[in-house]
Design a protein around this ligand. Sequence first.
Ligand code: SF4
Length: 404
Amino acid sequence: MKPLESTKKLKEILKNYYQELYEASKDDDQKVAWCSSIGPAEILVAAGFKVYFPENHGALIGVRRLATKYITRANSLGYSPDICSYLTSDIGAYLLKETPLKDAYGIPEIPKPDILVYSTNQCRELQDWFSFYSREFNVPSIGIFYPWKVDEIKKEHFDVIISQFKSLIKKLEEIIGKKFDYDKFKEVIKLSKEASILWRKFLESARNIPSPITFFDGTIQMAPIVMMRGLKSAKDYYEILLKEVEDRVKNNISAIKNEKIRFYWEGMPVWGKLRFFAELFESVNSNVVASTYCNSWIIDELSEDEPFESMAECYLKIFINRSENIKEKELLNMIQEYKVDAIIFHDAKTCPYNTNTRFGMPERMREKYGIKTLVIYGDLNDLRCFSEEQTKTLIETFAQSFEK
Ligand code: SF4
């Protein structure tokens, strides 16, 4: 796999981001908000908070393969091994007073929050996860409750979301001690949209054959669009990244040596096995060119002219929050646009919400649309649910079925 040069710059901006967050958590004049990964970050940034994302901390624990130890600690407090392993990894690390942020970015501890803000557009776990920290730090935990698993989006769906955004703003004003600046809000929305447009273009570069990037590049490069929405640093970084990828396209540079099969990845990454998967797919001359996961942060329909409405719509209509019917159509669309040969579904043991194998979808994609599918079993963080040997055999055998 050909590494992207821009990643060096990415490490720098992530380090700055975390150091600023940590300094803010130690400074009485600054405030820190924790936010769920697809929560209303733009409102928090516009209100003047530094924003921290516990899910990213969970993923970092996964990447560093520290999860088993931490999950066990959270289990002993009554958090089940069957619930989200981001949650159990993160809470376990907190209980053991450890964090991978120390080695990665020089931050000795997670930044303490002044408020916790989550959305229910993903799952129910975040509410319980943030409730734990609300009790620990004695700070408010506020949820934005969305209509769930929506089929057709209707205008009236937005009203209930927008009224919650406005109540949230009142609470933020109390904490930060100043009025919400609506002009700043529009600027933040614009920056978030611009970063998202660049993120989309980066992902869409994989429509080229051969693709200049892989899904595994996406899992690394997605950090700014998750954690820095509304900050100029995200937009600036994606300009650099996109330029590198456009140069690859111009020069017909492929991300892998010999791209013969193009896969789509449906579901969560297995964070502790990114390299294993990248090498395995390349070894069978295949590239994973697109994914639901990386696409979930394309929110480029934000509009500074209608900041509340457009935020409500973008965050309501994310893939994870749609009906099976809409999900099937979106998958079909992706398969056609990226000229994909088959879908790999990851059944992640502890995240039923980002797992789309359990209600017959792989079978329907095969029967209704003639798309080849393969289901592999694992987890986002809990590597006890994952077998390298079984997965290797499944993928190698599946790849052989494409040989002519
Ligand atoms: S969507 Fe899944 S992985 Fe993400 S926080 Fe919820 S349960 Fe955990």
